[in-house]
Design a protein around this ligand. Structure first.
Ligand code: NAD
Ligand code: ZN
Length: 358
């Protein structure tokens, strides 16, 4: 049974994010004509019996969900596959996987034949609670992460939390990292309430579904008001300037949402260190954030590589400065530009080597 539906407004019209625990089985029982599946190879292995018709259908592309798979350099093979399968504009791409499969499918949807519709069955918590709505595709090129992209909403998103049964704990925590971000944006009280439900959410599916829905509802308010990331939506990059730099500096040894959790903690601490926010705000979040990034408190993050990656952040306005999304003294999230001087670099070093594990 469908449990709930969110209707998201986008520049191409409304689309639904539907909670349906049997969504995969329903799709397998009724594979649409003209469907081209793009599926996480690990998910196909794990769920083979439940997607037998899908996997036996005419056009199936299995992709190992590793970060290089969403590099521009890999796209000729995807395009050739879809061309060989006779892709037409009245066909549909159906993505089954996490954020990597989403980004690949969304980018192909935007660019092939100047537009082919796509639908999404997110299989990771990160994709279910955050990335599945919001229209963005983000593709890597060379060493530049998420440097190419489009705003291409799906026609439909179908969320089944049964996929989470097989997700590694680190990938679950990666998704929770994005939820922590979304709730931090909604304000300190909302964040504290979410933090208090951390354990029950991991222990029980109804709590998890509620949390996913709440995270999507908060995000919905921002993406409907600013789908193209021109103003209010930019706060969704909270934790991401630092987080992306950590991912890049470690060759993606830290999963995205875990890096975002560390990035949130670093943003709270940096705000206090720069006398913009308060130490109390950093302390209030530190417990749950550290709990979420445990196992990565001491992962080496080379400072030179971290700073080099931070300097390349898309939000920056010029050399020698860095644009950050930080909490103010009331915990409200805002964006500003700061000098990336020796003092700032020393604070980064202190956070990475001492504060992160404290
Ligand atoms: N476009 C956007 O709006 C957006 C937003 C956030 C993140 N992203 C991108 O998403 C990517 C991260 O995505 P992600 O964390 O969802 O995961 P992922 O796609 O990187 O997958 C993580 C791991 O989980 C495995 N997996 C997927 N579903 C599974 C399941 N049900 N059971 C067991 N294993 C499963 C995958 O094979 C992979 O090993 C990054 O590249 C990030 O940049 C995009
Ligand atoms: Zn993210």
């Amino acid at each position: 049974m469908s449990e709930a539906v969110l209707t998201i407004q986008s520049h191409t019209g409304p689309y639904c994010a539907r909670f349906d625990e049997d969504g995969l089985e329903r799709l397998d029982a009724d594979v649409p004509a003209g469907a081209h599946f793009i599926i996480d190879a690990k998910v196909a292995d794990l769920y083979r019996p439940r997607m037998a018709h899908i996997l036996a259908s005419a056009s199936v592309l299995l992709i190992e969900a590793v970060e290089p798979a969403k590099s521009l350099e890999r796209f000729p093979a995807y395009v050739e596959h879809l061309v060989a399968q006779g892709l037409r504009r009245d066909h549909v791409l159906i993505a089954i996987g996490g954020g990597i499969i989403q980004d690949i499918t969304c980018f192909l949807s935007a660019t092939m034949l100047r537009g082919v519709p796509w639908r999404f069955y997110p299989t990771t918590l990160l994709a279910q609670c955050d990335s599945c709505i919001g229209s963005k595709s983000s593709i890597n090129c060379g060493a530049a992460k998420n440097i190419l992209g489009t705003f291409t909403p799906p026609r439909e998103v179908v969320i089944s939390t049964r996929f989470l049964d097989t997700l590694d704990l680190r990938d679950l925590r990666s998704g929770i990292g994005e939820m922590l971000k979304v709730h931090a944006i909604a304000g300190p009280e909302v964040f504290a309430d979410f933090a208090a439900r951390y354990d029950s959410m991991l222990a029980g599916r109804p709590e998890m579904i509620k949390a996913i829905r709440r995270a999507l509802e908060i995000k919905q308010g921002y993406i409907e008001g600013d789908e193209f990331d021109q103003g209010p939506r930019l706060v969704f990059n909270l934790g991401h300037s630092f987080g992306h730099a950590m991912e890049a500096a470690t060759d993606f040894a830290i999963p995205h949402g875990i890096a975002v959790s560390i990035g949130l903690d670093m943003a709270n601490w940096m705000s206090s260190a720069l006398k913009i926010g308060t130490e109390a705000h950093w302390r209030a979040g530190h417990g749950v954030l550290k709990k979420n990034y445990r196992g990565f408190e001491t992962t080496p993050i080379p400072l030179d590589r971290f700073l080099a990656a931070l300097a390349k952040d898309k939000k920056n306005k010029g050399a020698g400065s860095v644009t950050l999304i930080l909490p103010d003294a009331q915990g409200r999230i805002f964006r500003d530009t700061y000098p990336a001087d020796a003092a700032f670099q020393a604070l980064c070093a202190r956070y990475l080597t001492e504060v992160r594990a404290s």
